[in-house]
Design a protein around this ligand. Sequence first.
Ligand SMILES: Cc1cc2nc3c(=O)[nH]c(=O)nc-3n(C[C@H](O)[C@H](O)[C@H](O)COP(=O)(O)O)c2cc1C
Length: 306
Amino acid sequence: MVNIVGLSCGRKNGNNELLLKQALMAAEEAGASCELVCLRDLKIEQCTGCESCMRGLISGGDGKCVVRGDDYDWLMDQVTRARGLIVAAPIYDLIPCGRLITLLNRALGAGRERREHGKSHPASAAAIAVGGSDWIDLAEPLMQLTLTNLCKGAVVVDRLIAGGNTAPSMVLLDDGLLERAARLGRRVAAAAKETDRAEYQGPKGICPVCRCNLIEPLEGTRAVCAFCHTPGELSIENGRLKFVCSPEDVRHQRFGPLGEQEHQDDIRAAHQKAAQGRELIRERLKPFLAYGAALQPESVRGEHNA
Ligand SMILES: Cc1cc2nc3c(=O)[nH]c(=O)nc-3n(C[C@H](O)[C@H](O)[C@H](O)COP(=O)(O)O)c2cc1C
């Protein structure tokens, strides 16, 4: 029996959690076993920005986050063991809520072993994000990023991004939305059984690679997807805007093997530049270090003095 983890990032029995539960109940009916994990129950520390995970990855190390003493590893172990993942998060200020963004930042330090396990045992994944209005445009690509960073190699099969649900539990008024969440759950359960045959079945945005709708103009009719960074050609066919990417364009998308390699090479080159300029940095840093101490509230100053 395939195991699916449902990660709830919003309020207890909030709109997102209700749709997530609906998806999990449908997945169970389709034969999966499901676990609900609530991010609010877990202690997840902020990323400190030390970048030891990325430096480890590019230099052959384990690439694991060095922050200890919280529930991050426990959560990642649940996700790594599962064959399916559904993440549900409320939309705050156009993007998924901060609690999930904190976890996303930490997921950079998932570690080489989990990354390789994910690629050799791809799980199926889907996202739910509910907002109170139509301010929801940036949630879709960020939810996609969350899925593929929490669950490396995951085949994203669906995304349900819904606006207009501002009051607690009001998704229960919308039969269509409840059925849509159930369908998402069934898709994850079916895909988790046969991930090698699984494919994306959710809404189709203009980008043929990541299916989002965020296209940035370049020169002339060239453009690039702001999310997956695949370049391509814009045209109008039968009155509809089209974005066509050649196989060579697709090779350069940021989440493919070449894109990942190019990204790591860029970071390696930036570290080399910094190492070569170390003396100059040390010299130029002096006035910045001498520049005034930050204003802090009494509570923080008290902590330092205690
Ligand atoms: C701080 C904050 C910011 C919000 N920003 C947005 C927003 O940008 N777009 C939107 O559609 N809804 C926004 N909302 C509304 C919530 O997304 C909406 O109420 C949602 O149903 C909450 O989900 P929950 O019931 O699962 O917690 C915001 C709510 C809060 C608390």
